[in-house]
Structure formats: structure tokens, C-alpha cells
Ligand binder design. Structure first.
Ligand code: FAD
Length: 317
């Protein structure tokens, strides 16, 4: 079922979880072990992130270095299929521009369609570690909206190869990313919001947000979207803070603020276990207030912390 169908049929706030593919070398069972406890909450679907390969320099025996491509977390599409088989639940693969040319994107969409996966979260992806800014593949897409247009075309049976007439139509429900605290490359929130609206006008069916720790920023974001005429569901992305290190890591990597009240409490903690308690309490309060606000779904980034998410969700549902 599509994400939008789940939302349309819901009688209460829905739940969804996000996982990362396991590191290369680990089995699918490690992932099932991660998800098993969370399945008791009957999530509506599971998102699976996508991780492109990275360029690294590997030291050779003679002391020189060799440039190698490393893909640490492969398997997004296979994992979605495995989760669907194992739990009989819908999945949402993240689908990025980075590392793909248009033909490869089309082939990946055809694979997803054949597997019966009809949800995609369409994203640009970030710059490679050794690149100053995002660079598309030759003949790849520059922005998420461009990849999204390709998905919309395929939904209309339009393939890259114009020899294909009456092509089979896919039926993808398209999610897009939104940033309550602005995407870091956008000059200001207004321009970022206009670009978000462009993605919705071009066919995105719902918005999934970057994590945030201050609900007021999310509420204001939703209001601004609605005032601009963006009517699609907006799903909040939620993550617990579980270590002191995250006070600097999360703002640096995800460009989000940690509210003073939360950071003050975390700085008082003596151990990461204490931080986990504070982070869990904060996320419970955040989730309850979001539910009251009427969000359609609470979407949790589980990222290696299923127990914390379990502790939060059992207090919220
Ligand atoms: P876009 O919508 O293309 O926007 C990127 C930037 O370009 C923004 O600053 C926007 O304002 C600007 N822009 C858009 N259109 C134009 C234009 N026409 N002219 C000039 N500027 C423009 N990354 C992964 O690699 N794998 C994942 O699995 C993944 N999952 C994510 C899930 C969520 C919910 C979110 C919020 C992010 C995720 N990301 C993931 C990170 C994402 O790829 C990065 O944040 C990326 O930098 C931007 O992606 P986007 O889809 O928002 O891009």
C-alpha cells in the first residue's frame, strides 16, 4: 500500500520506522533482530536509507596508496524486499540522485516496480566526502525535483527510450524531504520553502522532514507550508539524543539546533546512559505534543537504537 493510502485510511496517528542497511558483511538477520521488538507496535511501513559508495585511499604493502570505491552499506532495494517478505509490511526505499545516471535510475525504478514496492522517498543525496559540493553523475540529476520528474514520467508510462510506446505505468507514491530549520545550502527559509513547493507541485505526494528537537520550529514550518498552499501530509522525522557527542555532531552534520533546555540537561549528565534517559524523556514529550498537534505519522529514525525507540513509543501510543 502507498504511504498516502495508509494516511488516508488511518483512524489515529500512525507510526513508521527508519533503518540503515547493515554494514557490509553483516547478515539480514542483524536487521531483523533490530526490527523485531519494534514490530509489536504495528508500524505502517519501514523506510530504508540509501548510502552511495565513497572514495577512499587504501594503503598497499609497498607503502603507496590505492584509490578505491567502498560501499559500506549496500542493499537498500534487497532489504526492502526482504522486510516485505519477512514481516508482510510496506517499505519505503530512499532513492537518491547521487551516484546514478538517468538510465540507472530508470532501471532501479523498474526493479522496485517488479518487486511490488510502490513507495519511494526521492532525494538528492549529499556531496561525496572528498567533494566540496554535490556533483551529479554525468547524465544524472542535479536536484531531487529532477529525479522526481523522472519518477512521475514513469508513472505515466514515459521511459527514457522514446522507442517504448505504451510503456507499462508504474504507480509510485513519492515522498520528498523538507527541512524545518532550512536546508543548509538554501540562502533562506523562504527560498527553501518555495523549492519545496515546487517539488510538491511537480508531483511529491507527501513531505518527510529532517529531524528537529524543537517542536515550535516544526509547527511554524507546517503553518508556512499551509499558507503557501502546500496541502500534502507533512511527516515529522524524530530522533533521540543518546550521547553527549551528538550535541556537536548533529548540528554539524544535519544542521539542526539543540534547544537550550535540552542541551543544558544533557551537559549535566555524567554518563551516556544518563543522556539516553534525558533524550528518551525529551522525545516522549515531543512525540505527545506532535500527536496532539495532529501529525499524520510519527516517523522515528531508529539508527542502532531500537530499545530507546521502543521505550518512547510505548509511552506515546
Ligand atoms: P533538493 O530538494 O534537491 O535540495 C537540495 C538543495 O538545493 C536545497 O538547498 C534546495 O533549496 C536547493 N535547490 C533545490 N532546487 C534548486 C534549484 N532549482 N536551484 C537552486 N537550488 C535548488 N541522503 C542520502 O544520501 N541517503 C538517504 O537515505 C537520505 N535520507 C534522507 C531522509 C530525509 C527525511 C532527509 C530530510 C534527508 C535525507 N538524506 C539522505 C539527506 C539528503 O540527501 C540531503 O539533505 C541533501 O543535501 C538534500 O536532499 P534533498 O532531496 O532535500 O535535495
Amino acid at each position: 500500500m502507498k504511504v498516502t493510502e495508509h494516511i488516508a485510511q488511518a483512524k489515529d496517528t500512525l507510526l513508521s520506522f527508519e533503518i540503515l542497511p547493515p554494514l557490509k558483511g553483516k547478515t539480514i538477520q542483524t536487521l531483523f533482530n533490530h526490527l523485531d521488538p519494534l514490530m509489536e507496535f504495528n508500524p505502517s511501513w519501514i523506510n530504508v536509507t540509501y548510502h552511495r559508495s565513497e572514495t577512499a585511499f587504501k594503503k598497499k604493502q609497498d607503502g603507496t596508496f590505492e584509490k578505491v570505491e567502498i560501499r559500506k552499506r549496500p542493499g537498500t532495494v534487497g532489504i526492502c524486499a526482504a522486510i516485505m517478505n519477512h514481516y508482510k509490511i510496506d517499505t519505503v526505499p530512499h532513492f537518491i540522485c547521487g551516484g546514478f545516471n538517468k538510465r540507472e535510475s530508470e532501471d532501479a525504478l523498474i526493479d522496485l516496480n517488479f518487486l511490488g514496492i510502490n513507495n519511494v522517498l526521492v532525494l538528492r543525496g549529499d556531496a561525496e566526502k572528498n567533494e566540496p559540493s554535490f556533483l551529479p553523475e554525468p547524465s544524472g540529476h542535479q536536484y531531487a525535483i529532477d529525479l522526481q520528474k523522472q519518477v512521475v514520467n514513469l508513472n505515466h508510462g514515459i521511459y527514457l527510450d522514446d522507442d517504448i510506446r505504451d510503456g507499462g505505468k508504474t504507480n509510485f507514491c513519492i515522498g520528498t524531504a523538507g527541512y524545518p530549520e532550512k536546508h543548509f545550502e538554501a540562502p533562506n527559509l523562504e527560498i527553501d520553502l518555495q523549492r519545496l513547493k515546487n517539488k510538491v507541485d511537480a508531483g511529491a505526494d507527501y513531505i518527510m522532514t529532517q529531524m528537529f528537537f524543537d517542536n515550535e520550529k516544526f509547527f511554524s514550518y507546517v503553518n508556512q507550508c499551509r499558507n503557501m498552499g502546500v496541502t500534502v501530509p507533512i511527516i515529522p522525522g524524530l530522533k533521540p539524543i543518546t550521547s553527549k557527542k551528538q550535541l556537536s555532531v548533529l548540528p554539524r552534520i544535519f544542521h539542526v539546533d539543540i534547544p537550550t533546555e535540552l542541551s543544558t540537561e544533557i551537559m549535566k549528565c555524567r554518563t551516556d546512559e544518563d543522556v539516553e534517559t534525558v533524550g528518551t524523556e525529551w522525545l516522549i514529550h515531543q512525540s505527545k505534543a506532535l500527536k496532539k498537534f495532529g501529525v499524520p505519522v510519527l516517523h522515528y529514525y531508529t539508527l542502532g537504537k531500537p530499545k530507546v525507540i521502543w521505550n518512547v513509543v510505548k509511552e506515546v501510543i
